[in-house]
Design a protein. Structure first.
Length: 301
C-alpha cells in the first residue's frame, strides 16, 4: 500500500490529510500519515484574535489525534528537521517536556509520496533586538503571551492610582499588512471591552496608544491603493497612529527606533513585517529553495 506522508497540519496540510483520508485511507487504497510539531491545530488567521483576547484558542483548537481517527489517517507528533531523499525518509527531532525529559526519541518516517506543508514563520530580517523584544504571532502560545502582556499593562495603568490617561502605554505593531492592520483594530475593540468590565481609572482612549509602523509608502501594500486609503482613514478614526515610509532599525526594551531617527517609546512591540520558511529548509537534501527558504515548486506543486 502507498505510504503518503504530509508534514505540517496547517491550513493546507490538514485539509489535504482529511480529504486523502476519506478518499484513499478509508477504502485502504493508501496509508495517509500527518505529522505536526504540535498536537493541536488553531487556524492561523485567528491568532490576532487570540492575541487581542477576543478568542480563546483552547475553545477553537482541533485535536489531531481525534481528527485522524475520524477521517481515516494516522497522526504522528514530531518536528521535522531533515530529509533523506535517497531512502525516502523524513527525519523528526527528539522531543522533550518542560523539564527537559525526553518524550519521543529522534525518529525517521518512511514515505512513498511526501507533501511538505510547513507554512511560514515571522521574518525579522535580522533587525537588532527583534527576537528579544518583539512578540511574533506565529503560534497560539505567542498569541497568548501577547494577551497576557496586554492585560498586565492595562492592570498596571489602572493601578497607578492616577487619573485616567496618566498610566498611558503604547503597543507598537511593526508591519502594516493584513495581520498588523487586523490586530490594531481588534486591540482597540478589546481594550474598550476590558474597561467596560470595570477596570477603574483605565480609559482606552487615553491610556492605550496603538501605533503601526511600515517601511512602505502605504498600509496593505499588496492590495489596491483605494483600500489602503480607506483602511488608513478608518484606523485614524480609532486614533491609531500610522507611520509609513519608516524603516525600523532597532528594537530595545524601551521602544522602537526608525532609520529617520524617530523613536517610539513602547511597552509592547509586535513584529508582523514579513515571513519566511523554516531555516532548515534552506539546505534540505538538494531541494531548490528561494531567498525566504521556500521550496520552489512547479505549477502542479
Ligand atoms: C495573524 C494572522 C492572520 C492571518 N490572516 C489571514 C487571512 O485573513 N486570510 C488568509 O488567507 N491568510 C491569513 N493569514 C495567513 C495564513 O494563515 C497562511 O497563509 C496559512 O496558514 C498558510 O497555510 P500553510 O498550510 O502553508 O501553513 P500553516 O497554516 O502555518 O501550517 C503549518 C503547520 O506546520 C507545522 N509545522 C511547522 N514547522 C514544522 C516542523 N518543522 N515539523 C512539523 N510540523 C511543523 C505547524 O505546527 C503548523 O501546524 C494570516 C496569518 C496570521 C499569522
Amino acid at each position: 500500500m502507498q505510504n503518503i506522508v504530509i508534514v505540517g497540519g496547517g491550513a493546507g496540510g490538514l485539509e489535504l490529510a482529511v480529504r486523502l483520508g476519506k478518499k484513499l485511507g478509508k477504502p485502504q487504497k493508501a496509508r495517509i500519515t500527518l505529522i505536526d510539531a504540535a498536537s493541536t491545530h488553531v487556524w492561523k488567521p485567528l491568532l490576532h484574535q487570540v492575541a487581542a483576547g477576543t478568542l480563546d484558542s483552547h475553545a477553537d483548537e482541533l485535536e489531531y489525534f481525534a481528527l485522524a481517527r475520524k477521517h481515516h489517517f494516522q497522526f504522528r507528533l514530531g518536528r521535522m528537521d531533515g530529509l533523506v531523499r535517497a531512502q525516502r525518509q523524513v527525519l523528526l527531532a527528539a522531543s522533550v517536556d518542560e523539564d527537559g525529559v525526553e518524550v519521543l526519541p529522534r525518529q525517521s518516517i518512511a514515505y512513498d509520496q511526501l507533501v511538505i506543508a510547513l507554512g511560514s514563520q515571522t521574518n525579522d530580517f535580522g533587525t537588532p533586538g527583534a527576537r528579544e523584544h518583539c512578540v511574533m504571532l506565529d503560534t497560539p502560545v505567542a498569541a497568548e503571551r501577547f494577551h497576557r502582556l496586554l492585560v498586565n499593562s492595562c492592570l498596571r495603568a489602572q493601578a497607578q492610582g492616577k487619573a485616567a490617561g496618566e498610566g498611558r502605554f503604547t503597543v507598537t505593531i511593526i508591519g502594516g499588512g493584513a495581520t498588523g492592520v487586523e490586530l490594531s483594530a481588534e486591540l482597540h475593540m478589546t481594550t474598550k471591552i476590558l474597561s467596560s468590565y470595570g477596570l477603574r481609572n483605565f480609559d482606552p482612549e487615553k491610556d492605550l496608544k496603538i501605533v503601526i509602523v511600515d517601511a512602505s509608502p502605504r498600509l496593505l501594500q499588496a492590495l489596491p491603493e483605494r483600500l489602503s486609503t480607506a483602511v488608513a482613514l478608518e484606523l485614524r478614526k480609532l486614533d491609531i497612529e500610522i507611520h509609513t515610509n519608516e524603516k525600523v532599525v532597532e528594537i530595545s526594551k524601551e521602544g522602537v527606533k526608525m532609520a529617520s531617527g524617530t523613536f517610539i517609546p513602547s511597552s509592547i512591540v509586535v513584529w508582523a513585517a514579513g515571513i519566511k520558511a523554516a531555516d532548515f529548509l534552506n539546505d534540505i537534501d538538494g531541494l531548490e529553495t528561494n531567498r525566504s527558504n521556500q521550496l520552489v515548486v512547479q505549477r502542479t506543486l
